[in-house]
Design a protein around this ligand. Structure first.
Ligand code: SF4
Length: 328
Protein backbone atom coordinates (compact mmCIF):
# COMPACT_ATOMS: atom_id res chain seq x y z
CA UNK A 1 0.00 0.00 0.00
CA UNK A 2 1.53 3.31 -1.07
CA UNK A 3 2.17 5.67 1.83
CA UNK A 4 0.57 9.00 0.93
CA UNK A 5 1.78 10.53 4.21
CA UNK A 6 -1.46 12.43 4.84
CA UNK A 7 -0.52 13.16 8.48
CA UNK A 8 2.88 14.58 7.46
CA UNK A 9 1.25 16.69 4.77
CA UNK A 10 -1.39 18.16 7.06
CA UNK A 11 1.22 18.85 9.79
CA UNK A 12 3.43 20.61 7.20
CA UNK A 13 0.51 22.77 6.01
CA UNK A 14 -0.61 23.62 9.55
CA UNK A 15 2.92 24.34 10.89
CA UNK A 16 3.64 26.73 8.05
CA UNK A 17 0.18 28.27 8.06
CA UNK A 18 -0.50 27.92 4.35
CA UNK A 19 -4.03 29.20 3.62
CA UNK A 20 -4.11 27.25 0.35
CA UNK A 21 -2.31 24.33 -1.24
CA UNK A 22 -2.11 22.85 -4.75
CA UNK A 23 -1.88 19.08 -5.32
CA UNK A 24 0.02 17.59 -8.26
CA UNK A 25 -0.39 13.86 -8.85
CA UNK A 26 0.81 11.39 -11.50
CA UNK A 27 -1.86 9.75 -13.63
CA UNK A 28 -2.01 6.59 -11.49
CA UNK A 29 -2.82 8.54 -8.32
CA UNK A 30 -5.33 11.01 -9.83
CA UNK A 31 -8.16 8.66 -8.90
CA UNK A 32 -7.27 9.40 -5.25
CA UNK A 33 -7.06 13.19 -5.76
CA UNK A 34 -10.51 14.24 -4.54
CA UNK A 35 -10.26 12.01 -1.46
CA UNK A 36 -6.82 13.39 -0.57
CA UNK A 37 -8.05 16.97 -1.15
CA UNK A 38 -11.01 16.40 1.15
CA UNK A 39 -8.83 14.94 3.93
CA UNK A 40 -6.39 17.84 3.72
CA UNK A 41 -9.15 20.47 3.65
CA UNK A 42 -10.88 18.98 6.68
CA UNK A 43 -7.68 18.56 8.71
CA UNK A 44 -6.14 21.96 7.95
CA UNK A 45 -8.90 24.30 6.78
CA UNK A 46 -6.67 25.16 3.80
CA UNK A 47 -8.23 25.70 0.39
CA UNK A 48 -7.10 22.88 -1.93
CA UNK A 49 -6.56 23.10 -5.68
CA UNK A 50 -6.05 19.91 -7.74
CA UNK A 51 -3.74 20.48 -10.71
CA UNK A 52 -5.21 18.70 -13.72
CA UNK A 53 -2.30 18.71 -16.18
CA UNK A 54 -0.57 15.42 -16.97
CA UNK A 55 2.35 14.71 -14.65
CA UNK A 56 5.02 12.15 -15.58
CA UNK A 57 7.80 12.93 -13.11
CA UNK A 58 9.37 15.49 -10.81
CA UNK A 59 10.67 16.93 -14.10
CA UNK A 60 7.06 18.03 -14.59
CA UNK A 61 6.95 20.08 -11.38
CA UNK A 62 4.27 22.76 -11.84
CA UNK A 63 6.41 25.77 -10.99
CA UNK A 64 3.53 28.24 -11.52
CA UNK A 65 1.58 26.90 -8.54
CA UNK A 66 1.72 30.30 -6.77
CA UNK A 67 -0.96 31.46 -9.22
CA UNK A 68 -3.46 29.31 -7.33
CA UNK A 69 -1.98 28.43 -3.92
CA UNK A 70 0.68 29.24 -1.34
CA UNK A 71 2.25 25.77 -1.44
CA UNK A 72 2.47 22.68 -3.61
CA UNK A 73 2.35 19.01 -2.64
CA UNK A 74 3.83 16.87 -5.42
CA UNK A 75 2.98 13.16 -5.20
CA UNK A 76 4.62 10.10 -6.67
CA UNK A 77 8.19 11.34 -7.19
CA UNK A 78 11.23 12.43 -5.21
CA UNK A 79 12.79 15.84 -5.80
CA UNK A 80 15.36 16.30 -8.56
CA UNK A 81 18.07 18.12 -6.56
CA UNK A 82 19.68 19.66 -9.63
CA UNK A 83 16.43 21.56 -10.30
CA UNK A 84 16.94 23.51 -7.06
CA UNK A 85 14.87 23.52 -3.88
CA UNK A 86 11.66 25.41 -3.12
CA UNK A 87 10.68 25.51 0.58
CA UNK A 88 7.00 25.76 -0.36
CA UNK A 89 7.03 22.45 -2.24
CA UNK A 90 6.60 19.13 -0.42
CA UNK A 91 7.39 15.88 -2.25
CA UNK A 92 5.51 12.74 -1.28
CA UNK A 93 7.14 9.85 -3.19
CA UNK A 94 4.43 7.33 -2.15
CA UNK A 95 6.84 4.73 -0.77
CA UNK A 96 5.75 1.13 -0.51
CA UNK A 97 7.43 -1.75 1.31
CA UNK A 98 5.92 -5.16 0.52
CA UNK A 99 7.69 -8.21 1.91
CA UNK A 100 10.28 -9.45 -0.59
CA UNK A 101 11.91 -12.01 1.73
CA UNK A 102 10.62 -15.23 0.22
CA UNK A 103 10.79 -14.12 -3.44
CA UNK A 104 14.35 -12.88 -3.10
CA UNK A 105 15.51 -15.82 -0.97
CA UNK A 106 14.21 -18.16 -3.66
CA UNK A 107 16.02 -16.25 -6.43
CA UNK A 108 19.25 -15.54 -4.54
CA UNK A 109 21.08 -18.86 -5.24
CA UNK A 110 20.81 -18.26 -9.00
CA UNK A 111 22.26 -14.74 -8.81
CA UNK A 112 25.97 -14.07 -9.37
CA UNK A 113 28.33 -13.16 -6.52
CA UNK A 114 28.34 -9.37 -6.83
CA UNK A 115 25.02 -7.61 -7.33
CA UNK A 116 24.17 -3.94 -7.80
CA UNK A 117 20.84 -2.99 -6.25
CA UNK A 118 18.48 -0.60 -8.05
CA UNK A 119 14.86 0.50 -7.56
CA UNK A 120 12.22 2.95 -8.63
CA UNK A 121 11.62 5.57 -5.94
CA UNK A 122 8.53 3.82 -4.51
CA UNK A 123 10.69 0.83 -3.55
CA UNK A 124 14.07 2.36 -2.60
CA UNK A 125 13.20 1.58 1.03
CA UNK A 126 13.49 -2.14 0.18
CA UNK A 127 17.14 -1.89 -0.84
CA UNK A 128 18.59 -2.35 2.71
CA UNK A 129 16.38 -5.45 3.18
CA UNK A 130 17.43 -6.83 -0.23
CA UNK A 131 21.09 -6.29 0.71
CA UNK A 132 20.59 -8.14 4.01
CA UNK A 133 18.94 -11.11 2.27
CA UNK A 134 21.57 -11.35 -0.47
CA UNK A 135 24.43 -11.09 2.04
CA UNK A 136 22.89 -13.95 4.04
CA UNK A 137 23.45 -16.03 0.87
CA UNK A 138 27.11 -14.97 0.74
CA UNK A 139 26.62 -12.39 -2.04
CA UNK A 140 28.07 -8.90 -2.17
CA UNK A 141 25.30 -6.34 -2.68
CA UNK A 142 26.03 -2.70 -3.53
CA UNK A 143 23.81 0.37 -3.90
CA UNK A 144 25.32 3.75 -4.70
CA UNK A 145 24.00 7.29 -4.93
CA UNK A 146 24.01 8.55 -8.49
CA UNK A 147 24.30 12.14 -9.67
CA UNK A 148 22.20 15.08 -8.50
CA UNK A 149 19.19 14.08 -10.58
CA UNK A 150 18.39 11.38 -7.99
CA UNK A 151 18.21 11.34 -4.19
CA UNK A 152 18.39 7.77 -2.88
CA UNK A 153 21.08 5.07 -3.22
CA UNK A 154 20.09 2.77 -6.08
CA UNK A 155 17.34 5.08 -7.33
CA UNK A 156 16.71 4.95 -11.09
CA UNK A 157 14.66 7.39 -13.19
CA UNK A 158 13.47 6.60 -16.69
CA UNK A 159 16.08 9.10 -17.94
CA UNK A 160 18.89 8.54 -15.47
CA UNK A 161 20.66 5.40 -14.27
CA UNK A 162 23.66 7.12 -12.70
CA UNK A 163 23.19 4.97 -9.55
CA UNK A 164 23.88 1.93 -11.72
CA UNK A 165 26.78 3.57 -13.55
CA UNK A 166 28.38 4.36 -10.17
CA UNK A 167 28.84 0.65 -9.31
CA UNK A 168 28.82 -0.98 -12.75
CA UNK A 169 32.52 -1.89 -12.68
CA UNK A 170 32.20 -3.54 -9.24
CA UNK A 171 29.24 -5.87 -9.88
CA UNK A 172 28.48 -8.88 -12.07
CA UNK A 173 24.78 -8.10 -12.49
CA UNK A 174 22.03 -5.77 -11.33
CA UNK A 175 18.84 -6.52 -9.45
CA UNK A 176 16.11 -3.95 -10.01
CA UNK A 177 13.18 -3.79 -7.57
CA UNK A 178 10.03 -2.28 -9.04
CA UNK A 179 6.94 -2.70 -11.18
CA UNK A 180 6.66 -2.30 -14.95
CA UNK A 181 9.34 -1.98 -17.62
CA UNK A 182 9.84 1.79 -17.73
CA UNK A 183 12.45 2.25 -14.98
CA UNK A 184 14.42 -1.00 -15.35
CA UNK A 185 14.73 -0.31 -19.08
CA UNK A 186 16.69 2.88 -18.28
CA UNK A 187 19.27 0.69 -16.54
CA UNK A 188 19.10 -1.90 -19.33
CA UNK A 189 19.84 0.83 -21.90
CA UNK A 190 22.40 2.62 -19.77
CA UNK A 191 24.70 -0.12 -18.43
CA UNK A 192 26.02 -3.15 -20.23
CA UNK A 193 25.36 -5.77 -17.53
CA UNK A 194 22.87 -8.53 -16.88
CA UNK A 195 19.75 -7.08 -15.24
CA UNK A 196 17.14 -9.04 -13.29
CA UNK A 197 13.88 -7.39 -12.26
CA UNK A 198 12.01 -8.32 -9.07
CA UNK A 199 8.39 -7.22 -8.91
CA UNK A 200 8.06 -6.66 -5.14
CA UNK A 201 4.28 -6.94 -5.22
CA UNK A 202 3.89 -10.23 -7.14
CA UNK A 203 7.31 -11.70 -6.30
CA UNK A 204 7.92 -12.38 -10.02
CA UNK A 205 11.56 -12.31 -11.16
CA UNK A 206 12.16 -11.56 -14.84
CA UNK A 207 14.44 -10.06 -17.46
CA UNK A 208 13.71 -7.03 -19.69
CA UNK A 209 16.27 -8.10 -22.28
CA UNK A 210 13.61 -8.98 -24.88
CA UNK A 211 11.84 -5.62 -24.53
CA UNK A 212 15.16 -3.76 -24.59
CA UNK A 213 16.28 -5.55 -27.78
CA UNK A 214 12.93 -4.91 -29.49
CA UNK A 215 13.18 -1.17 -28.70
CA UNK A 216 16.79 -1.02 -29.88
CA UNK A 217 15.83 -2.67 -33.18
CA UNK A 218 13.19 0.06 -33.62
CA UNK A 219 15.78 2.71 -32.81
CA UNK A 220 18.07 1.29 -35.48
CA UNK A 221 15.21 1.50 -38.01
CA UNK A 222 14.40 5.11 -36.99
CA UNK A 223 18.05 6.11 -37.42
CA UNK A 224 18.26 4.45 -40.85
CA UNK A 225 15.06 6.13 -42.03
CA UNK A 226 16.33 9.56 -40.90
CA UNK A 227 19.68 9.30 -42.70
CA UNK A 228 18.37 11.04 -45.84
CA UNK A 229 16.43 13.70 -43.91
CA UNK A 230 17.15 17.21 -45.13
CA UNK A 231 15.20 19.09 -42.44
CA UNK A 232 14.91 18.57 -38.69
CA UNK A 233 12.67 20.01 -35.97
CA UNK A 234 14.63 20.25 -32.71
CA UNK A 235 12.22 19.98 -29.80
CA UNK A 236 12.92 21.96 -26.62
CA UNK A 237 10.67 21.27 -23.63
CA UNK A 238 9.53 24.06 -21.32
CA UNK A 239 9.08 21.70 -18.35
CA UNK A 240 11.55 22.61 -15.61
CA UNK A 241 13.26 19.22 -15.47
CA UNK A 242 13.26 18.44 -19.19
CA UNK A 243 14.66 21.71 -20.52
CA UNK A 244 17.93 20.92 -22.30
CA UNK A 245 18.27 24.17 -24.22
CA UNK A 246 22.10 24.08 -24.39
CA UNK A 247 22.00 20.58 -25.93
CA UNK A 248 19.30 21.78 -28.36
CA UNK A 249 21.51 24.70 -29.42
CA UNK A 250 24.48 22.37 -29.86
CA UNK A 251 22.64 19.80 -32.00
CA UNK A 252 20.95 22.55 -34.08
CA UNK A 253 24.29 24.01 -34.95
CA UNK A 254 25.75 20.56 -35.77
CA UNK A 255 22.80 19.76 -38.07
CA UNK A 256 23.19 23.08 -39.87
CA UNK A 257 26.93 22.56 -40.28
CA UNK A 258 26.17 19.27 -42.01
CA UNK A 259 24.33 21.23 -44.71
CA UNK A 260 20.82 20.28 -43.54
CA UNK A 261 18.18 22.61 -42.13
CA UNK A 262 17.15 22.70 -38.47
CA UNK A 263 14.41 24.66 -36.69
CA UNK A 264 13.81 24.82 -32.94
CA UNK A 265 10.37 24.45 -31.41
CA UNK A 266 9.32 25.01 -27.79
CA UNK A 267 6.62 22.72 -26.38
CA UNK A 268 5.35 21.78 -22.95
CA UNK A 269 3.53 18.56 -23.84
CA UNK A 270 4.97 16.67 -26.82
CA UNK A 271 2.33 14.79 -28.81
CA UNK A 272 1.99 13.56 -32.41
CA UNK A 273 -0.86 16.06 -33.00
CA UNK A 274 1.25 19.02 -31.92
CA UNK A 275 4.12 18.08 -34.25
CA UNK A 276 2.00 17.04 -37.23
CA UNK A 277 1.68 20.53 -38.87
CA UNK A 278 5.41 21.15 -39.27
CA UNK A 279 6.94 20.41 -42.67
CA UNK A 280 10.16 18.61 -41.70
CA UNK A 281 11.64 15.17 -42.37
CA UNK A 282 12.58 14.20 -38.78
CA UNK A 283 12.35 15.31 -35.16
CA UNK A 284 15.16 15.61 -32.62
CA UNK A 285 13.78 15.31 -29.12
CA UNK A 286 15.87 17.01 -26.41
CA UNK A 287 13.09 16.55 -23.81
CA UNK A 288 12.41 13.23 -22.02
CA UNK A 289 14.44 10.69 -24.06
CA UNK A 290 11.81 8.03 -23.47
CA UNK A 291 9.33 9.87 -25.72
CA UNK A 292 11.57 9.01 -28.67
CA UNK A 293 12.66 5.59 -27.45
CA UNK A 294 9.38 4.11 -26.21
CA UNK A 295 6.71 6.06 -28.14
CA UNK A 296 8.27 6.76 -31.55
CA UNK A 297 5.76 4.56 -33.40
CA UNK A 298 3.06 7.13 -32.60
CA UNK A 299 4.84 9.83 -34.63
CA UNK A 300 4.48 10.33 -38.36
CA UNK A 301 8.20 11.07 -38.86
CA UNK A 302 11.31 9.56 -37.29
CA UNK A 303 11.92 10.93 -33.80
CA UNK A 304 15.52 10.77 -32.60
CA UNK A 305 17.33 11.30 -29.32
CA UNK A 306 20.45 13.47 -29.24
CA UNK A 307 22.88 10.56 -29.46
CA UNK A 308 20.83 8.95 -32.25
CA UNK A 309 21.01 12.21 -34.21
CA UNK A 310 24.79 12.05 -33.96
CA UNK A 311 24.64 8.61 -35.61
CA UNK A 312 22.39 9.97 -38.39
CA UNK A 313 24.92 12.75 -38.99
CA UNK A 314 27.83 10.30 -39.09
CA UNK A 315 29.43 11.60 -35.87
CA UNK A 316 29.28 8.21 -34.19
CA UNK A 317 28.53 4.66 -35.32
CA UNK A 318 25.69 2.35 -34.30
CA UNK A 319 28.26 0.37 -32.28
CA UNK A 320 28.74 3.53 -30.21
CA UNK A 321 25.02 3.80 -29.45
CA UNK A 322 24.48 5.45 -26.09
CA UNK A 323 21.39 5.96 -23.94
CA UNK A 324 20.50 9.67 -24.05
CA UNK A 325 20.40 10.11 -20.27
CA UNK A 326 19.44 13.47 -18.81
CA UNK A 327 22.40 14.59 -16.69
CA UNK A 328 22.30 17.37 -14.05
S1 SF4 B 1 12.43 13.20 -18.12
FE1 SF4 B 1 11.13 11.41 -18.56
S2 SF4 B 1 12.12 9.71 -17.59
FE2 SF4 B 1 13.03 11.55 -16.72
S3 SF4 B 1 11.89 11.94 -14.84
FE3 SF4 B 1 10.88 13.07 -16.51
S4 SF4 B 1 9.28 11.72 -17.32
FE4 SF4 B 1 10.70 10.48 -16.09
Amino acid sequence: MFDLEIENITAWIRDRGYPSVALQLPEGLKVRATGIAEEIRRATGADVFILGQPCYGACDLFTDYKKVAGALVHFGHSPIPSMGADPDVLYVPAFDSPDISSALSEAAPSLPGRIGLLASVQYVGLIPRAKEILESFGKTALAAVGDSRVVYPGQVLGCNCSSAEAVADRVDAFLFIGEGDFHPLAAAFGVDKELRVLNPVTGEMRSVEGVRDRILRRRFAAIESAKDAGSFLVIVCSKAGQDRSPEAERITSIIRSSGRSAHKILLDEITPERLQPYAVDAYVNTACPRIAMDDSVRYARPMLTLTETEIVLGLRSWDEYEFDAIRP
